[in-house]
Ligand binder design. Sequence first.
Ligand code: XMP
Length: 507
Amino acid sequence: MVLVLDFGSQYNRLIVRKVRECGVYCELIPHDTPVKEIERLAPKGLILSGGPASVYDKNAPHLSKKLLESGIPVLGICYGMQLLAHLLGGSVAPGHKREYGRCRLMVHEGDSLFRGLPDSVICWMSHGDIVHSPPSGFSTLAGTADVPVAAMGDSSRRIFGVQFHPEVTHTQYGKEILKNFLSTVCGCSMTWDAGRSHWKIVEELSKALARGKAICALSGGVDSTVAAGLVSLAMGDRLTCVFVDNGLLRLGEVEMVKDTFSRLFSSRFVAVDGSARFLKALSRVVDPEEKRKRIGREFIRVFEEEAGRLGRTDFLVQGTLYPDVIESRGTRTAAKIKTHHNVGGLPRKMKLTLVEPLRYLFKDEVRIMAKSLGLPDRLIQRQPFPGPGLAVRVLGEVTPERLDTLRQADLIVREEIEKIPYEDRPWQFFAVLLPVKSVGVMGDGRTYADIIGVRAVNSEDGMTCDWSRLSHSTLETISSRIVNEVPGVNRVVYDITSKPPATIEWE
Ligand code: XMP
């Protein structure tokens, strides 16, 4: 394992992913994790991430010098490199302006980080401060026209620093540079493979869950399915999967989920029809946050009732992913944008021990794992769907009639966009029903009817997104099919906003 110490860079998750893609298991930890704790984890190497601070700031995030004396190989990136220089006696020049962008890196020493690379490569630079002179024992490995010390290293202490970002795709050979650090410097064996790692997880779960019973809330998405799949390999029929139909799912979804999961988890699969009570709880509610809260509350109630029916239960399985874990740790001060409903409120109330087998994995790794578990493609390729379901896509009051309108329009959006080959398809696409009507003309008569909004976005992880440039002919087909086939709709609009400033869902 290699650890990335988080100094606040927006790229820190990307470093973790790139290291894993190189075949080395990697985790992100806070920069002030105690040295003893880091030594206990016995990493093969440490990467110090970049960050927005200057080493000269009064409250600049720091690193214990002891860590640099521990013999663990270190690679500092951007701020990480400046911190190394600062701590080890080099000098860091305060930058007068931040610079971002591509530049040409001239390699002076090609035997460590730059082994096998050309003498000149394009890299992505982002800097405020720069290393003026490296600490004694270090040599300058590469430089650019503006940044003479763009990479430095001390091979005997196995400590290296790069001012540029090897983790971003704009840096040519970035992955090779990381690979050189991981294999040549750290001696990692490069054997991590998300697809095969599920056996290790199952082995650990088998030990941890040797006794007792577990329950898992299945949403029909890939995360909870893989989590349940792994736990069921470890526990067999001591795991029960519960799917709650909250009446807020898309057309055909309830049948699909029931059909798939009753086959996957056979006798230990329970489907609960909670649609009436969810709709009742949402009656006359228009505020988005209130909708989310009520749905969350109702879900807990249904789940508690089911758990009660199943008798004594010890564990609750959840499909929490690594970004959620980092996010909940890292955004203590961030503003709340939306209450993301999942079953996180359950364990406290139900005294169940939480089991999160995917808490160290990224979404794409979960998809790889799903494939190696033999899950069907239609399940693996499912796009994200919010816990509160269509309630946050029917803007305004949620009624059976309005849900029905949205479901029909949403199916058309899905049918048309799914004609695009999977690799080129947007990351997420759906319809929303607006809370206003507009005037139209159909035949010879005036109409005053509903408006459907179409949303299609490209994203990596849902944190940011850009709107998809769907072809005009796809948009045209979607629009004309909706106004012709969905009663009560006379207008279709396409959402051309990125996130930020908008969010992906409309509520
Ligand atoms: P937003 O709307 O916040 O959505 O830009 C980002 C991604 O998260 C999904 N989403 C949710 N997922 N519970 C979930 O499990 C929720 O309450 C929820 N709200 C939004 C959304 O579909 C998008 O993929």
